[in-house]
Design a protein around this ligand. Structure first.
Ligand code: ADP
Ligand code: LRH
Length: 489
């Protein structure tokens, strides 16, 4: 029996998952899991990219030691970040983490120079300060060493893939997250690149999800004493892979990919770039097989992760299930936050930042752990409702529920509250959405699955999907009005 291997790197953790197709069902096995810890150094925040490469290699060694034969492998990761390489293909430095402060104010400057209409109109991508466009503009302005002698820019999965194969190709789904790719012309955008003074050649060609992009290099095979493995450029943006794995039955469906970020949207065949999508600040990220993800990036479970880190630093350790339990016991609808407030974007003492928000909005501050967890979770659920209503406004469709995939579905209370907030049922599963979408693209390339719709049927019968019916509609509707009033939405 042969396997495919999916490397799925989220902002908080990474995993290598083995997949098999057995009697029309997918069987998964987590081969290797590791934390993804950004490193602060010299006042800057970077990814430990070589450590991540090390972890990928550990997974390959584990597979070898188990005698596992891999038909192919693919890598997906979080969006927008990248590494730069010189003429000899040497990495010029540790890639920045998108939460580093080097981009603060850069988007606003570029909007002044080019206008938001131009930037959004040429890319269809949500205006967010973390986008590659603003990161590169900042590096250029600050004459960063990362651009001194740089000849190549590779987005994170393409960079790791290059380390393993020696082949350089950026991939479509990931390329579109940069806000430098023009989906109408199907290429990097000359006008934007010129405005930030970056040569197009540095970004190179862009391959579509499902493309065979080489095999493990002789050097890597020798180091790990393994045979070459074919490598597929999957939908290398983790959200792109996650949406491939949504077990939808209808062409028109709404999803939430829930992890460090909450990505809520729908799948469309052409980007929706108009006045309304710009005004609502939606994005059109490229997906597999000619699709686009019309979605909104919402701050997500990052705020809980980061609160947990702050409590841990203060000597109080809570697991995620413990935090959920404490949230459940706290007073309902006592406070509200706009989870997308800039206060919550950068690493820091999140409970303290929440209290700053509460003070600014004349609400009662709190140091109670359960109350902090509760305000985050309730406010996320309400934000999902706002975004879902906006998606319906944009597409003219009415969705009969919301699919949720990703690690966040393990927070069953948040799933229930989301159902309550949107007044529609939630279909939660699978947890490993991105890894499954990653392997599905490999199987479609190998001809083992016909297309994404056959894949979605297979996913539906392979994994448990938990249904949460909406409850306490009146209370949640009343609280929603309060939430909107207090957060000014
Ligand atoms: P990413 O891929 O972005 O790193 P994941 O999809 O792995 O993120 O989701 C991680 C998040 O899922 C955590 O931040 C946490 O909020 C939530 N989570 C994970 N396990 C649990 C659990 N057992 N109970 C509640 N929440 C959980
Ligand atoms: C989620 C994600 C999201 C954004 C962010 C930077 O992991 O990929 O879609 O791009 O990370």
């Amino acid at each position: 029996m042969t396997y495919v291997l999916a490397f799925d790197l989220g902002a908080s953790s990474g995993r290598a998952v083995l997949g098999q197709l057995v009697d029309g069902k997918i069987e998964l096995e987590e081969l290797h899991r590791f934390s993804n810890d950004p490193v602060q150094v010299g006042g800057e925040l970077h990814w430990d990219i070589l450590r991540l490469l090390h972890e990928l290699k550990q997974a390959l060694i584990k597979a070898k030691n188990r005698g596992i034969v891999l038909d192919s492998m693919g890598i997906d990761s979080w969006g927008v970040d990248f590494g730069t390489l010189n003429e000899q293909g040497k990495l010029l430095g540790n890639p920045y983490h998108y939460r580093d402060t080097h981009t603060v104010g850069v988007m606003e400057q570029l909007i002044e120079k080019l206008s938001a209409e131009t930037i959004f109109g040429r890319t269809g991508i949500q205006m967010m300060g973390i986008n590659t466009l603003y990161q590169l503009a900042s590096l250029k302005t600050n004459q960063s060493h990362l651009l001194q002698g740089a000849k190549h820019i590779l987005m994170t999965p393409a960079l790791l893939r290059y380390f393993l194969t020696n082949e350089m190709h950026n991939e479509f789904s990931m390329a579109t997250t940069s806000q430098l790719f023009n989906p109408i012309v199907g290429d990097w955008d000359d006008h934007l690149l010129e405005a930030i003074d970056i040569e197009k050649e540095m970004l190179g060609n862009v391959v579509q999800p499902g493309t065979y992009v080489g095999q493990l290099s002789a050097e890597v095979c020798e180091e790990l004493t393994i045979d070459p493995i074919p490598v597929i450029a999957v939908a290398e943006h983790d959200t792109g892979s996650a949406v491939v794995a949504v077990p939808a039955e209808e062409k028109s469906f709404a999803y939430l990919s829930s992890g460090t970020w909450s990505l809520i949207g729908t799948e469309v065949q052409t980007p929706v770039i108009n006045e309304l999508s710009q005004q609502l600040n939606f994005t059109n990220e490229g997906g597999a097989y000619g699709t686009y993800r019309l979605l909104k990036n919402i701050m997500g479970l990052w705020i809980i992760q980061e609160s947990r880190r702050a409590w841990e630093k203060a000597g109080q350790t809570y697991s995620f299930p413990e935090l959920v339990k404490l949230a459940e016991q706290a007073e309902p609808f006592a406070r509200f936050i706009d989870v997308d407030d800039e206060l919550f974007m950068h690493p820091g003492n999140m409970p303290a930042q929440i209290n700053v928000y509460l003070q600014q909005t004349n609400q009662q501050t709190t140091d109670d752990v359960g109350s902090i967890a509760r305000v985050i979770m309730e406010s996320l659920a309400f934000k999902y409702r706002i975004a879902l209503e906006q998606i319906e406004q944009l597409t003219g469709e009415v969705y009969d529920g919301l699919h949720i995939v990703g690690g966040g579905i393990q927070n069953t209370l948040l799933c229930q509250w989301t159902a309550n907030a949107i007044g529609k049922p939630i279909k939660a599963g699978p947890v490993e959405g991105s890894a499954i979408g990653n392997m599905v693209v490999q199987w479609i390339s190998a001809g083992k699955l016909k297309d994404v719709w056959e894949a979605r049927e297979v996913i539906k019968r392979s994994f448990p999907i938990d249904i949460y019916e909406s409850k306490q509609t009146e209370e949640w509707n009343t609280a929603f009005e309060q939430y909107k009033l207090i957060t000014g939405q």
